[in-house]
Design a protein around this ligand. Structure first.
Ligand code: PEP
Ligand code: MN
Length: 333
């Protein structure tokens, strides 16, 4: 349920309403804009009499929220959420570029890629230290050693880092180093991990599950937000369909759908969506055209020898060409 207060209502009346809603057993989340104030009510509101609240002269309207996600719902928070990560603003139509290798492999590899992507205009450095691999025999990541290398790359280039936390046990280690904590597609419905991320002060980048609906995706964001962390960045990274030509199918309509349903930033990862480096440029342009808040792109200095996802990684010079093209279309956007 959402209670919209009349514009110009005094602070005293707003506080009174907040107390009244608490007395009715609700858990009101207040969103205060320049000219509006909205209370979003979460929890069981079945016993709340809407007409009783509507009777208050300071109330403009009371709405029932049809969707099960509340805190992530745009009705609760009409303006786009903008998340500040070390001065980089994610959300609100800014196209933030996150780039780097799939996995951190060595100091030489990471530093070389980090310097390249920084000089070509990336804002945030990505790189996995704990890797969710389909096969237990594949490279599993360097673990904390990889996080230390990411920190080194951050110190040198000034780029904040985004890296994945795979489980609750070592979440605190990732949390210590990361500027944005990634929760991967395979863990989108790992509810204990989501709750742990909700207790963190760091922003969370939540990737869409392999076969999840948009509603399930937003419900996972809701888990994080319900624990007190409002800083969730959503990432469309392709979903499973009957098509096998591409690694996944990029659901481009997820961007406008999420913009309609939610105030959270939504970015696109064309690398995991396609599995093919040659498709990254057209898919990135499509993502920008539908209003993405950012792109996550895998870049490798030697994709032929990458320990993971080489086939979908751009060489730095190709990443540079992509940035040039994006700058052209973003300028006319
Ligand atoms: C990744 O970003 O390297 C990754 C494993 O992504 P996803 O969880 O989307 O497969
Ligand atoms: Mn990858």
């Amino acid at each position: 349920m959402v209670v919209i207060m009349k514009s110009g209502t005094s602070l005293e009346e707003i506080n009174k309403m907040e107390r009244r809603l608490e007395e009715l057993g609700c858990n009101p989340h207040k969103t205060q804009g320049e000219n509006y104030c909205i209370f979003g009510l979460v929890g069981d509101t079945t016993k709340v009499d809407m007409r009783q609240i509507e009777a208050n002269i300071n109330v403009e309207r009371v709405l029932k929220v049809q969707h099960p996600f509340k805190l992530a719902n745009r009705l609760f928070h009409p303006e786009d959420t903008i998340i500040d990560v070390g001065g980089i603003k994610i959300g609100g139509g800014n196209v933030s570029i996150m780039a780097g290798p799939c996995s951190v492999e060595s100091e030489e590899q990471l530093m070389s890629i980090a310097r390249s992507v920084k000089s070509l205009g990336a804002h945030i450095l990505r790189g996995g230290a704990y890797k969710p691999r389909t096969s237990p025999y594949s490279f599993q990541g360097l673990g904390e050693e990889g996080l230390k290398l990411l920190k080194k790359a951050k110190d040198e280039t000034g780029m904040p880092i985004v890296t994945e936390a795979m489980c609750v046990d070592n979440f605190h280690i990732v949390e210590e180093y990361a500027d944005i904590i990634q929760i991967g597609a395979r863990n989108m419905q790992n509810f204990s991990l989501l709750k742990r991320a909700g207790k963190s002060k760091k922003p969370v980048l939540l990737k869409r599950g392999l076969s999840s609906t948009i509603e399930e995706f937003l419900m996972s964001a809701e888990y994080i937000m319900a624990e007190g962390n409002p800083n969730v960045i959503l990432c469309e990274r392709g979903i499973r369909t009957f098509e096998t030509y591409t690694r996944n199918t990029l659901d481009i309509s997820a961007v406008p759908a999420i913009k309609e349903l939610s105030h959270l930033p939504i970015i696109v990862d064309p690398s995991h969506a396609s599995g093919r480096w040659a498709m990254i440029k057209p898919l990135s342009k499509a993502a920008v055209a539908v209003g993405t808040d950012g792109l996550m792109i895998e870049v490798h200095n030697d994709p032929e020898h990458a320990l993971s996802d080489g086939a979908q990684s751009l060489k730095p010079e190709r990443f540079g060409q992509l940035m040039d093209e994006l700058n052209k279309i973003m300028a006319i956007h």
